[in-house]
Design a protein around this ligand. Structure first.
Ligand code: GCO
Ligand code: MG
Length: 402
């Protein structure tokens, strides 16, 4: 089953997505997400210039061999651009294998380990009142878990907080938007917010919070400890995670569970965090961590260290990634939570898919393969538009993590 064509498709139905579509000699097609938010064209060029030419003529059935061929063959290993490109090929080949077998991909991964995929949504509010209303909306529509992001008094804008009811969209202008950050105000305010939220919703609702890499280890330890009374399911990206042993310090001080890994691209980025049990959830996902083949390897390592999955699923990951993530989520033994934000109606139309939300769970498609496609004609009506992620500065102008 030779590969005869591989197309890189850029589209912007509200935000930019890069998709790889692989076609075999029998006319079977498979799709993979190749979107790297803010750096889309780098992956598109990597695929077009360096990957597509060597894919043509290869056997589409050889998923593992193709993964090794692209990883080892490049010589220059890892990194977000390379691993996102490999992920797109890998995901498309799993899609093809499922279609050829007549089975949804999760059946090829060992079948169901659960009835549905528990997801969390994003609640955000400038004020506590607005936030409580947002959380009620999620709880009312069946969500069992909600990420809680709040405005901070004295700061005019905070990552993750925007118009109530509207999905937060950080990549809007071609030049990065700039915000001002104040760690002390944040550390002072956030525990008060969680006190109100927990008092309002009781112990049943899972609560999460994303710090977005803005603290040092000792600040993160302080925050984790001050949030302990409110029993978070996880505190996400408390510090930049390049320094993996930095998590030992956080762990010494708090029992608040930690989730890390949305910016990781390979097993090597999270090996120490997992093997030393320094985190509780690993947030690597299909599109940025080498596809289904490599993600499963990460989650298998996590399983033997009692670390659970918590895959990234923001709206800058396309429905192709979401479809693939759900097949992994439903099959692995150590699933934790899946992030899920519905895409816009335009995006859903460009990427017709069979996964659906019901009873607080997402359910993967039952059709052969991934159960997602791209409507290339419709996609062509939404041309790529440059959009940059924001930056954050301290009050004195120092560049900080956002
Ligand atoms: C999350 C993430 C996102 C990222 C975005 C970057 O937890 O969903 O932190 O909000 O910032 O995906 O492209
Ligand atoms: Mg995050």
């Amino acid at each position: 089953m030779r590969i005869t064509d591989a197309r890189v498709i850029l589209t912007c139905p509200g935000r930019n997505f890069v998709t790889l579509k692989i076609v075999t000699e029998d006319g079977v097609t498979g799709v993979g997400d190749a979107t790297l938010n803010g750096r889309e064209l780098a992956v598109a060029a990597y695929l077009r210039e360096h990957v597509v030419p060597v894919l043509i003529g290869r056997d589409a059935a050889r998923i593992e061999d193709t993964w090794q061929y692209l990883y080892k063959g490049a010589y220059w290993r890892r990194g977000p651009v390379t691993m996102t490109a490999i992920a797109a090929v890998d995901t498309a080949l799993w899609d093809i294998k499922g279609k050829v077998a007549g089975l949804p991909v999760y059946q090829l991964l060992g079948g169901r380990s659960r009835e549905g995929v528990t997801v969390y949504g994003h609640a955000h509010g400038e004020t506590v009142e607005g936030l409580l209303a947002e959380i009620s909306r999620y709880a009312g529509s069946g969500y069992r878990a909600v990420r809680v992001q709040s405005g901070v008094p004295g700061l005019s804008s905070v990552y993750g907080v925007g118009t109530p009811g509207v999905t937060y969209e950080p990549a809007s202008s071609p030049v990065p938007a700039e915000a001002v950050w104040d760690t002390e105000r944040y550390l002072d305010h956030l525990p008060r917010v969680f006190a109100d939220v927990r008092a309002e919703f009781g112990p049943g609702l899972k609560l999460l919070h994303d710090v977005h890499h803005r603290l040092t280890p000792i600040e993160a330890a302080r925050l984790g400890r001050s949030l302990e009374p409110y029993a978070l399911t996880w505190l996400e990206d408390p510090v930049p995670a390049e320094l993996q042993e930095g998590f030992r310090l956080i762990r010494r001080h708090t029992t608040t569970p930690l989730a890390v890994g949305e910016v990781f691209n390979s097993l090597w980025d999270c090996r120490q965090l997992i093997s030393e049990q320094l985190v509780d959830y690993i947030r690597a996902t299909v599109v940025h961590a080498g596809g289904i083949t490599h993600l499963r390897r990460i989650f298998d390592l996590a399983a033997i260290h009692q670390v659970r999955s918590g895959s990234h699923g923001a709206t800058d990951l396309s429905p192709v990634c979401m479809a693939a993530a759900l097949h992994v989520d439903i099959a692995i033994p150590n699933f934790g939570l899946q992030e899920y934000l519905p895409h816009s109606a335009e995006t859903d139309a460009v990427f017709p898919h069979g996964y659906h939300f019901e009873g607080g769970y997402l359910h993967p498609s039952e059709t052969p393969g991934l159960g997602v496609d791209i409507d290339e004609e419709l996609a062509a009506r939404y041309p790529y538009r440059p959009a940059a992620l924001p930056v954050n500065r301290l009050r004195d102008g120092t560049l900080h993590d956002w």
